[in-house]
Design a binder for this molecule. Structure first.
Ligand code: AVJ
Length: 327
């Protein structure tokens, strides 16, 4: 059933690696199946994530905003001597970076703001809003994935840099991807530059679980939106009602893992691939990691990737830390 009749076989283009089509194709061929959360952020997905940030259960955004309000001068003192470039990896709607931008702008600090996001909707919308609010603000934007963005930065950004990687975006990586990504950023940094990373910390497992299992079901929609995206962009026929959302937290490893699970045996056809995929009843698709860290893990990670931890900034509940690193 998986492979269509030979008489119906037509040629299908071979996809470029690192594209949406290629990654969906390879992810659905895996056992167990997986899709990448980096593809959550089409226009609808970016909008759903903005709703998540407002959920009562989703604490990380509020914690990080509290840290930035409390410590914006500390960060400013690290940068202010020369003109500098703020590179915001995964900027989204910049709800937190906005606290720095507002503060620095009003103090007439010389800096440029460079938001990077995989969603062109997110960066376009952000730049438009920033231009309205801060007419003198120097900005450039980059709508691409992280790795291509690092190439762009290497080519186009000279001088002092403050690289931001906020909101526990780093939690989406596996352990290996995380090290590789930080080692790649290390190559871009000079002695005066800083990397500021938001890490969500280990805490009461119940609090973590609830943050990824909200009562209103917004997080479920956020995950299922990727199936919908496959339907619209690749001609898939996922029936969203035949998949359940499930998120688990393992307090030993610190990993939240999110899944959509097929609630029956079914076959999902995807036009762009000229084929479909069988799902057994209760077969899983891994969608996202949201890793939670210990301070020891953060220290070890910095050390392994060639950095020195300059300081850790905390919110009042110590749920979250923004860790400032130098090379
Ligand atoms: C945007 C990756 C930080 O993992 O906490 C929120 C995304 N997923 N709820 C996270 C997300 C489910 C979020 N990051």
């Amino acid at each position: 059933q998986n492979v269509i009749q030979a008489t119906e076989k037509q040629t299908i283009p071979v996809f470029q690696p690192n594209t949406f089509a290629y990654d969906v194709f390879s992810g659905l061929l895996k056992h167990p199946k997986e899709l990448s959360s980096k593809y959550f952020y089409d226009t609808t997905g970016s909008q759903i994530f903005e709703q998540i940030m407002d959920l009562p259960e989703y604490y990380p955004t509020r914690c990080e905003a509290e840290i930035f309000e409390e410590h914006k001068n500390t960060v400013l003192e690290l940068c202010r001597k020369d003109y500098f470039h703020i590179v915001d990896l995964g900027a989204g709607d910049a709800s937190k970076t906005g606290i720095f931008i507002d503060h620095f702008y009003k103090q007439h600090i010389g800096f440029e703001y460079i938001p990077v996001d995989i969603s062109s909707y997110a960066v376009d919308d952000l730049i438009r809003k920033l231009k309205q609010k801060y007419p003198r603000l120097a900005t450039r934007s980059v709508a691409t994935d992280y790795l291509s963005a690092l190439h762009w930065i290497h080519e186009h950004v000279q001088g002092k840099k403050l690289v931001l990687f906020l909101g526990s975006n780093i939690g989406n990586f596996s352990i290996e991807e995380c090290r590789l990504f930080l080692a790649n950023i290390w190559q871009l940094l000079d002695a005066d530059d800083r990397l500021l990373i938001g890490f969500d910390l280990r805490k009461n497992a119940e609090i973590i679980r609830n943050a990824y299992n909200d009562k209103s079901g917004v997080t479920a929609q956020f995950n299922k939106n990727l199936l919908r995206r496959i339907n619209t962009e690749l001609g898939g026929n996922f029936n969203l009602d035949s998949f359940e959302f499930y998120a688990s937290y393992d307090p030993v490893s610190g990993f939240v893992k999110s899944y959509v699970i097929s609630n029956k045996a079914q076959y999902v056809y995807i036009e762009a691939f000229g084929r479909g995929f069988d799902f057994k009843a209760w077969e899983t698709i891994h969608m996202e990691n949201s890793r939670k860290f210990t301070l020891e893990e953060i220290e070890e990670l910095a050390d392994f990737c060639g950095y020195e931890v300059e300081m850790n900034l905390f919110d009042s509940k110590q749920y979250f830390t923004d860790s400032i690193w130098k090379v």
